[in-house]
Ligand binder design. Structure first.
Ligand SMILES: Nc1ncnc2c1ncn2[C@@H]1O[C@H](COP(=O)(O)OP(=O)(O)O)[C@@H](O)[C@H]1O
Ligand SMILES: [Mg+2]
Length: 289
């Protein structure tokens, strides 16, 4: 994809997008500023992220040797504090219109990396640059379980930068998309985990963000919901947004992403076209088994 010259853009590039160029949001509250396909949207430069766990105990020496070796690489004890070096020198550049899968074993640092890109987790060194708005959908997005779906839609919508009127306008669409019907009037603790995950997805994508990060959120829900989620992801990509998808489903990554980043022990092992990276990753998994 060639970058369009910003000095010289053609209105036809934006014929689907009808909005005020000076505003990030159009009247329906979508982030639809015209990005130039192929220009950088997220730059991650030598990022390190560490967790400090207080009162952590040294791994017992009786621990299985293989696991000890693994822990020792990323865990360091400083007095009563265990430092977990979860992301270790990660660099990559994502572009508008790109859909990037992030794969790797549990504990590889995928979720931590996305939290850092979303600005939810401070980096201990390095830089993260994100053009535009970002939203992270994950298993623990901030919805309040004691409040009704209705209240969560309002709070979540406002948190995304929508106005009250915009949330009200989108309300039916969100409920419809989540497929929760009358449950919207009940506290979210009455929801099944699938319903909660669908509502979270529906809220988080109500305002189409420039950068959408999905952390295993697609794993929940039935086939119909997955299909609708897929459609929403396509919409974001059509608006030249950037999508990051963390999933254990190799099929989901292959179907959704044109690029994949493989992480292991906090580092990037491989980064390239999805099929190539996934073939190498699958091969490595087979070897380890
Ligand atoms: N809240 C936390 N506190 C301390 N350590 C954490 C926390 N979250 C994750 N970690 C550690 O950071 C490393 C990376 O975890 P994570 O980013 O969740 O990996 P992944 O999403 O690839 O499974 C792991 O060693 C994990 O134990
Ligand atoms: Mg994770």
């Amino acid at each position: 994809m060639a970058a369009t010259d910003p000095q010289n853009f053609d209105e036809r590039d934006f014929d689907e997008v009808d909005h005020d160029l000076d505003e990030g949001l159009d009247e329906s509250g979508e982030h639809s500023a015209p990005h130039l396909i192929g220009t950088p949207s997220v730059v991650v430069d030598d990022v390190h992220v560490k967790y400090r766990v207080f009162g952590g105990r040294r791994q017992s020496t009786a621990e299985h040797g293989r696991f000890r070796a693994m822990f020792n690489r990323s865990r360091r004890h400083v007095g009563a504090v265990t430092e977990v070096h979860a992301v270790r020198g990660v660099s990559f550049t994502a572009h508008h219109g790109e859909s990037i899968g992030i794969v790797g074993l549990n504990g590889a640092g995928k979720s931590t990396l996305l939290r850092a890109v979303a600005g939810l987790m401070p980096v201990s060194s390095g830089d993260v640059y994100v053009a535009g708005t970002s939203a992270l959908l994950g298993v623990n997005a901030a919805l309040v379980r004691s409040l009704t779906g209705e209240r969560n839609i309002m709070i979540g919508g406002l948190a995304l930068g929508l106005t009250k009127a915009q949330v009200e306008e989108k309300f039916d669409e969100i409920v419809e998309f989540a497929g929760i019907k009358d449950f919207v009037h009940l506290p979210m603790k009455a929801y099944s985990s699938g319903m909660a995950a669908r509502l979270r997805f529906a809220i988080s994508t109500a305002a189409i963000p420039d950068v959408l990060m999905i952390d295993e959120a697609l794993a929940t829900g039935d086939a119909a919901f997955r299909a609708r989620s897929q459609e929403r992801i396509e919409q974001i990509r059509d608006r030249a947004g950037t999508v990051f998808l963390v999933s254990h489903s190799m099929r989901a990554i292959r179907n959704t992403c044109d690029r994949a980043i493989w992480m292991d022990q906090g580092q990037v092992i491989d980064d390239g076209p999805t099929d190539e990276v996934m073939d190498r990753y699958a091969h490595e998994l087979k070897q380890r088994r």
